[in-house]
Design a protein around this ligand. Sequence first.
Ligand SMILES: O=c1ccn([C@@H]2O[C@H](COP(=O)(O)O)[C@@H](O)[C@H]2O)c(=O)[nH]1
Length: 477
Amino acid sequence: MDFTKQLEELAINLFKIDAVKFGEFTTKSGMKTPVYFDLRVIVSYPAIMESISDLLYSSSLISLEYDHICGVPYTALPIATLLSVKAKKSMLMRRKEAKSYGTKKLIEGHFSKNQKCCIVEDVVTSGSSVLETVNDLRKEGLVVEQAVIILDREQGGRQNLEKNRVKMMSLLTMSELIKILVDNNCITKEIGVEVKNYLNSTKAPSVESSEVSAVNRLNMPYEKRAGVSRNSIAKQLFNIMATKKTNLCISVDLTSSVQILNLLEKVGEHVCLVKTHVDIIEDFNSDFVEQLKQMATKFNFLLLEDRKFADIGNTVSLQYSKGIYKISEWADCVTVHSLPGEGILKALNSASSDKSKGVFLLAEMSSEGNLITPDYTKATVKMAEKYPQLMTGFVCQNAATFDDPGLIQLTPGVQLEKPKDNLGQVYNTPEKVIENGADVVVVGRGIVASKNPETEAVLYKNILWKSYSKRILGKME
Ligand SMILES: O=c1ccn([C@@H]2O[C@H](COP(=O)(O)O)[C@@H](O)[C@H]2O)c(=O)[nH]1
């Protein structure tokens, strides 16, 4: 049977088994609808299941350029399974909730970062369920760019997915389905017209998924985001980036103060942020701090001490303002682990009483085998919500991690030269991290250990700015 005929037969069969119903229904969101889909019933009809997976497989809907198939739980899971067997591609399973014991994984199956995954779903209305699955897969470092759907209700899902860089392809659209059912006398012309009118009059439901909001963040220029930041350091940093046209942060992981200052003399004009680890500087002293502050003023960059605080609130407030480093006196912002709980933010909030300081919370790490789970990341983002004036942003690797456009995604683990070091650091390219939502990009050894740090800094700056400019124009591939 040819493809069109088989599709027509599928549409009629879906009607016959009551997977498509006409009448007066109320959707979950309280909207009235003259048509209702319940594809959960297809599991009772193996021939229909087989026909759907055949059609998905034999259509040109799926390119071969993917490594895994993942069904949106739950209705699409059996279809994804059949398709995976037919296409001889591995399947991934997304849990709706991570297990509270054992591995606590959200995604089951074997995969590696940067592998491609194709999503399978039964019906798409706004696209929010597909996006939930996309978000979880992307958080694991998978590339998700295509979704194949049985039925597109044509109510904005395709557009929502496209905004999130997912190309959606469907076997049937609602209009095509209605035409087949009218042509085959399954429903009257009047019902067909009623459904068409309904389609024309219902606006695309807004999707409250983090990914859609993240796209707003991704498409907004830095100067606009400065306007919605509630933390003064985030505001300043966005404005510096827009003015200097650079989103490069240099990580000056050097052990001598002279080396650091010499390096900054060369690269200062090309960066928006300088990240330090002051505890590795062998000759740290107050004179160095003064010179560092002067350079920050001369070249218009901010200072981030990557201290990664991770203790109880009381200890952290002492580590922040006392000892030989007196971090609070010179650093505009610091990095903080969420592991000890909210007390750490409370401590820093009261320690920065003039409200001109900022915090980057570590929501994800770049290193191989790190123990951060998707639930930990989510809880970290949640913890930050109570401290909007303190929060500059998150250290993280994925666009879907948070959605507030006033916050900054700081992404380390970036190099042009190599994919990893020999101590667990994993590198992405500058283009890739911008695509993954990075706002400020941390480069350390890629510049610091190069023969000509200034030339290298200019190279990174240009690639990063070009990628960001492309992103705000919505031109990411
Ligand atoms: O997840 C993280 C958090 C912080 N870092 C820090 O960034 C730099 C990266 O240096 P490279 O030389 O570019 O590898 C370094 O200071 C880390 O402490 C990170 O890499 N990953």
